[in-house]
Design a protein around this ligand. Structure first.
Ligand SMILES: Nc1ncnc2c1ncn2[C@@H]1O[C@H](COP(=O)(O)OP(=O)(O)O)[C@@H](O)[C@H]1O
Ligand code: SF4
Ligand SMILES: [Mg+2]
Length: 364
C-alpha cells in the first residue's frame, strides 16, 4: 500500500472508532468519529492530520494511544500490534508514546505544582527512583523547554498560555518517548507565541529523533512543520501526500477549500481556491456516496460544465443528464453528478504519483 512506509514507526490500518449515543427515543445511534483511516509515519518524521473541527482528528490520536477503545482496525507501533497486547505488555510501550493536549489551561492539574506535574510520568514509569533524582530531572526538562528550574515550585495558574504549553511539552518529554501526538498544541495560543512553540517542537524533534502525529485545523500551521499531510473529513482521510506535493497540487476540493481559509501572500501560487459553504454534516448520519457532496463546489461545477480538463485548460462540457441526479441540500434542489451522490470514493494513489492519494471521483 502506498500509504505505508518501509521504516514506519507507526502504522495505522483501517482504523474505526464509533461512539454509541442514544437518541430521544432510546434508539442506539453510532457517531462514526473515525471511519476507516490508514496511514504510516516514518521514524523521526511528522505526519500532519488536518481538518475542520469535528472531523475526527483527536479521536484518531487518542485511539492510537489506546486512550479510547477502537471499534476495529490495527495499529502497529515499532512492529507491535497495540490492540492485541495485554495490559502488562502495553505498559512499557505507554512510556514511548505521549500526547500534548490542545488546551494548555485545562490539561494541567491545577492542584499540582509544576514539579508534581512533570514528575508524575517519572514516577509512573519508574524513571527516577528518588525524589532528588526527580527534582534534578524536572529542572533539566524545564530548562530544555525554555523555562526556569525555579518554576518547578509554582502552580499552573501562575503561567501564561505559552508557558503552560511548555510545561505540557516537558511532561510529555519526561518519559523519553519516541512518538508524540501533538493535538493542536498551538491553536489556543496567540499568533506571536505559536511560532515559538512550533520552533521548540521542531528543535526537540531533531534532538530526540521524535516522531510526531501533529493535529491541526489549519494548513498554515503545518506548512513548515510536516513531512507528510493527511486531510480528514467526517472521519475519513480524503487526501494524503508529502508536504510539498500537497501544497503545490491539492487534488481534493475539500483540501482546496482549506487553503481558502489560509491567508496566502502569493495568490497565483495555489490553483482554484474555493470558499467552503455550509456546516460539516453529522457523523451520526453522514451523507451517502462522497460525504463531501452536499458542500462540494467541484461537483456543482461539473454539472454546470465549468470543470476544466486540466487546471487552466478548456472547460469540459456539462455532464449528460443521465450522469446527474437531483438532491435536496439545505431544502434547495441541486443537481449533482450521480457518482458523487451514490458511490463512496476510495482513497487511491494517483497513477503518476503513487505517494499522493486522494478520494475524489472527478479528479481521476
Ligand atoms: N466521547 C464521545 N462521544 C460521542 N461523540 C464523540 C465523543 N468524542 C468525540 N465525539 C464526536 O466525534 C466526532 C469527532 O470528534 P473529534 O475527534 O474530537 O474531532 P476533531 O478533533 O477533528 O475536532 C465529533 O462529531 C464529536 O462530536
Ligand atoms: S467525489 Fe464528487 S462530491 Fe466528492 S469531492 Fe469529488 S467531486 Fe466532490
Ligand atoms: Mg480535536
Amino acid at each position: 500500500m502506498a500509504a505505508e512506509a518501509d521504516n514506519a514507526l507507526v502504522v495505522v490500518r483501517d482504523l474505526r472508532t464509533y461512539f454509541t449515543v442514544r437518541s430521544r427515543l432510546f434508539k442506539k445511534l453510532y457517531v462514526r468519529a473515525v471511519d476507516g483511516v490508514s496511514f504510516a509515519i516514518r521514524a523521526g518524521q511528522t505526519l500532519a492530520l488536518v481538518g475542520e473541527s469535528g472531523s475526527g482528528k483527536t479521536t484518531v490520536g487518542r485511539t492510537i494511544l489506546r486512550l479510547i477503545p477502537a471499534t476495529s482496525g490495527q495499529v502497529l507501533f515499532d512492529g507491535q500490534d497495540l490492540f492485541s497486547l495485554p495490559p502488562a505488555a502495553m505498559r512499557p510501550l505507554r512510556r514511548q508514546m505521549q500526547i500534548i493536549f490542545q488546551d494548555p489551561f485545562g490539561s494541567l492539574n491545577p492542584r499540582l505544582t509544576v514539579e508534581g506535574i512533570i514528575a508524575e510520568p517519572l514516577k509512573v514509569h519508574r524513571i527516577c527512583r528518588t525524589r532528588r533524582q526527580r527534582r534534578q530531572r524536572v529542572a533539566e526538562l524545564l530548562q530544555r523547554v525554555g523555562l526556569e528550574p525555579a518554576h518547578a515550585r509554582r502552580y499552573p495558574h501562575e503561567f501564561s498560555g505559552g508557558q503552560r504549553q511548555r510545561i505540557g511539552i516537558a511532561r510529555a518529554l519526561a518519559s523519553q518517548p519516541k512518538f508524540i501526538v501533538c493535538d493542536e498544541p498551538v491553536s489556543a495560543l496567540d499568533v506571536s507565541i505559536q511560532a515559538q512553540i512550533l520552533n521548540l517542537l521542531k528543535d526537540l524533534q531533531e534532538e530526540f529523533e521524535l516522531t510526531y502525529l501533529f493535529i491541526a485545523h489549519n494548513l498554515a500551521v503545518v506548512e513548515h512543520f510536516a513531512d507528510r499531510v493527511a486531510v480528514m473529513y467526517l472521519g475519513r482521510i480524503v487526501e494524503m501526500a508529502d508536504r510539498d506535493e500537497l501544497y503545490a497540487n491539492p487534488m481534493h476540493p475539500y483540501t482546496e477549500s482549506l487553503f481558502s481559509a489560509v491567508p496566502v501572500p502569493d495568490p497565483t501560487r495555489r490553483p482554484q481556491r474555493s470558499r467552503l459553504e455550509g456546516e460539516t454534516p453529522s457523523p451520526i448520519n453522514p451523507p451517502a456516496g462522497c460525504p463531501f457532496h452536499p458542500r462540494c463546489p467541484l461537483a456543482r461545477m461539473a454539472v454546470a460544465g465549468q470543470l476544466a480538463y486540466q487546471r487552466g485548460g478548456q472547460p469540459r462540457p456539462p455532464l449528460p443528464a443521465h450522469e446527474t441526479c437531483r438532491v435536496a441540500i439545505g431544502g434547495e434542489p441541486v443537481r449533482l453528478p450521480r457518482k458523487c451522490v451514490e458511490q463512496v470514493p476510495e482513497l487511491l494513489p494517483m497513477p503518476d504519483r503513487p505517494d499522493h492519494l486522494h478520494a475524489c471521483h472527478l479528479r481521476r
